[in-house]
Ligand binder design. Sequence first.
Ligand SMILES: Cc1ncc(COP(=O)(O)O)c(C=O)c1O
Length: 289
Amino acid sequence: MSRIAYVNGQYVPLADATVPIEDRGYQLADGVYEVIAVRGGVPIDLAPHLRRLDQSLSALHMAPPMGERALRVILRTVTARNRLVEGILYVQISRGVARREHAFPPSSVRPSLVVTARTQALAPESMFEKGVAVITDADLRWKRCDIKSIALLPNVLGKQGARERNAFETWLLAPDKTVTEGTSSNAWIVTGRGQVITRPLSHAILGGITRSRTLEVAHRLGLKVVEHPFTLEEARRAAEAFLTSTTAFILPVVRLDGKQIGDGWPGAITRRLRAAYLSALAGGGVAGW
Ligand SMILES: Cc1ncc(COP(=O)(O)O)c(C=O)c1O
């Protein structure tokens, strides 16, 4: 079965799906996106993803291409047409097709909307059991990382750096040597005293949907949670570390820049958080159309 994409009003085989070369997403990275996990054929946390999409659009003074109800119909249709059971929905909105010029095009130019679906295993258990390695590098990004913009070049370079050093992710360092976040995930540590720490929301990080779910779960478990920046040094000395994202859920980090964190295995608090997160998913508590 060939994959089906939605492109500006039409459902087409992925191989035939195209946008004009003067699409502002293509030429200027003038657009935003969302990645939504699908499990059991149902999206996880659709409402907060759509809310964040709206926030990204309004931060860029971009009009949504349609109302939320119509967008939900498209997401459902793409899920169904691709028989997507486990994987991701990708939604991208750009400022549309216009003669290349930095300033906004006339308001008659309609935004472009593309939705694709991909089957993939979410948060494979094997990765969780062993944990993953993370490296660090300078955070080269702009000053509005809270916007889920398609301009991802520093993230691309960071992720490639990780791959070349056999790591899963790169944690990005601000000039003051605090960790902002990963190239496609939020960063967390657990201190020897069991304090769970992640950076507070600001323009320096993306407000991860999984991050906010993890905070809820941590509070529910009665863990001590602090939203505060942590330094590279604190991360090195941490008892546990983990990352969160739509596709990885909660993933233990067991090596940082080649050195073991804690005893080099997924920590007890990370395991508890992950188990509680998964049971919330199974209970339908965080899922839904
Ligand atoms: C830079 C960045 N931070 C954090 C995240 C995690 O966000 P979420 O949990 O919503 O997937 C992502 C996800 O792609 C990301 O790109």
